[in-house]
Design a binder for this molecule. Structure first.
Ligand code: ZN
Length: 155
């Protein structure tokens, strides 16, 4: 019997049996070929293969690595990666295309932002596609919270 999906975070949970990042040792988060297909350009896509891990350390330049210690670095993916790039022109939510700039603008103009609530609403309607669209292969709401906090703290 299959379990009903409880929440968005639940539906995006991906198994975490992985290889450590060869540069920083972070255990990262396993990603699927769907994620890699959308974020890694050829011929890097072929070299990294289907068994790859996303390095979740924001200070490390490795985005993806595999057990053969092949790596895809920051700047080599098709889109800038939220946690690896603190620029304003970087998506925090890839499914609904909210950039760090949008969060900053809301916070500056209104002191708050309804973007996370808007995302949650779309998620409830089943409109998200994080596995494919987010380079981490998972829900963006954690990144969203961190990005808002960073902006509020003036970083
Ligand atoms: Zn790393």
């Amino acid at each position: 019997m299959s379990q009903p999906i409880q929440s968005h975070e639940e539906c995006c949970k991906i198994s975490t049996t992985l290889c450590p990042c060869p540069v920083c040792g972070n255990m990262g988060r396993r990603v699927t070929p769907r994620t890699l297909d959308n974020h890694v350009p050829s011929p890097l896509r072929e070299s990294i293969g289907d068994d790859a891990t996303f390095c979740t350390n924001p200070d490390c330049k490795v985005v993806y690595c595999n057990p053969k210690k092949m790596v895809v670095l920051r700047g080599e993916t098709k889109f800038p990666v939220t946690i690896k790039d603190s620029g304003d022109d970087v998506y925090v939510c890839y499914c609904f295309q909210h950039k760090r700039r949008d969060l900053r603008r809301d916070l500056k103009e209104k002191g708050t932002t309804d973007i996370p609530d808007r995302i949650r609403k779309c998620v409830k309607e089943g409109m998200c596609d994080c596995e494919r669209k987010n380079p981490q292969g998972a829900c963006c709401l954690g990144n969203m919270t961190n990005a808002i906090k960073s902006i509020q703290e003036g970083r």
